[in-house]
Design a protein around this ligand. Structure first.
Ligand code: MRU
Length: 297
């Protein structure tokens, strides 16, 4: 574990761009601190905001958090700290709501990393897994390695190892076979942007998991804070998808590297925010949840 110190909005933007800090809520918290740094250093705030927001396009928490600090009529550092505290509290409440969805003996499958490293709190989907495990509801966790940057086999496995939750890392392409063999009871993922209708963007590979889960009749749950709901984006087609450097996939051959995909709301069994468990049709209940998040600003 290495601690990286950032002393300017530019350094924070670079940390976000290179995934030194990643995961939608953590990106938001880091961006809030980055903008507060710019305020405290007397930097050009338009430039600082633009630099931060341009770091990565899909996670809506980035622009949301910069906007929260920018509009705050008080100490920007205090607003950034408050956003951090709020994300920690949102994680706690999401974990409690989502754990209620899992039956005793659950063999869960999760994709990417949605734990403390991605949120600053106990996590979103992984926070729910931890909470459910502490209630004796989770028997085992399958961890998609999550190519190409391996957030699953590098970060999620590390967090589960530290908390003593039984887990097994799998190749992303193995998920379907395990579902077919009736070894998976529920799929839990996070989100980078949830559109007003419930269409959800998350790490590449999530959509395929949702299709597989639907085919095998396995519940597919999204766990994400209200700061990840984007009411200004009406549906999944309007969500900007980051295309990262193809060399992350292979430095040798021509490649494509979309970092996220969109799961249509119809394939999502429930969206869990700090406000509770939302079921389709998602429109109204997500709107209420997002409005309450905005109101805390
Ligand atoms: O490219 P990353 O590692 O930032 O992608 C992260 C994800 O897709 C997470 O699932 C999402 O941000 C939720 S993190 C609680």
């Amino acid at each position: 574990m290495v601690e990286l110190e950032c002393r300017s909005a530019h350094e924070v933007a670079e940390a976000i761009r290179t995934l030194a800090v990643r995961g939608a809520p953590a990106i938001g918290v880091a961006a809030a601190y980055g903008f507060a740094l710019a305020c405290m250093r007397g930097e050009d705030l338009d430039e600082a905001a633009a630099t931060l927001v341009a770091a990565r396009p899909t996670a809506v928490n980035l622009a949301w958090a910069v906007g929260q600090v920018r509009r705050f009529d008080g100490d920007p550092a205090e607003r950034a700290r408050a956003i951090h505290r709020e994300e920690v509290e949102r994680c706690r409440r999401m974990a409690e709501h989502a754990a209620e969805l899992l039956a005793p003996g659950t063999r869960a499958l999760t994709h990417c990393n949605t734990g403390g490293l991605a949120t600053g709190g106990v996590g979103t989907a992984l926070g729910a897994v931890h909470e459910a495990f502490s209630r004796g509801l989770v028997e085992h966790v399958f961890v998609d390695e999550t190519r190409p940057l391996l957030q699953g086999s590098r970060l999620t496995a590390w967090e589960l190892e530290r908390s003593g939750v039984p887990h097994t890392v799998i190749a992303d392409s193995a998920a379907g076979a395990l579902m077919a063999r009736n070894e998976v009871d529920a799929v839990l993922t996070g989100a980078d942007r949830i559109a007003a209708n419930g269409d959800t963007a998350n790490k590449i590979g999530t959509y395929a998991l949702a299709v597989l889960a639907a085919h095998h009749g396995i519940p597919f749950f999204v766990v994400a804070p209200s700061s990840t709901i984007d009411l200004a984006t009406l549906d999944g087609d309007a969500i900007p998808i980051e295309e990262r450097d193809p060399s992350e996939v292979t430095p040798r051959f021509p490649a494509r590297n979309p970092a996220f995909d969109v799961t249509p709301a119809a394939l999502v069994g429930a969206i869990v925010t700090e406000a509770g468990v939302h079921r389709a049709p998602y429109g109204e209940s997500l709107r209420a949840s997002a409005v309450s998040a905005e109101a805390t600003g």
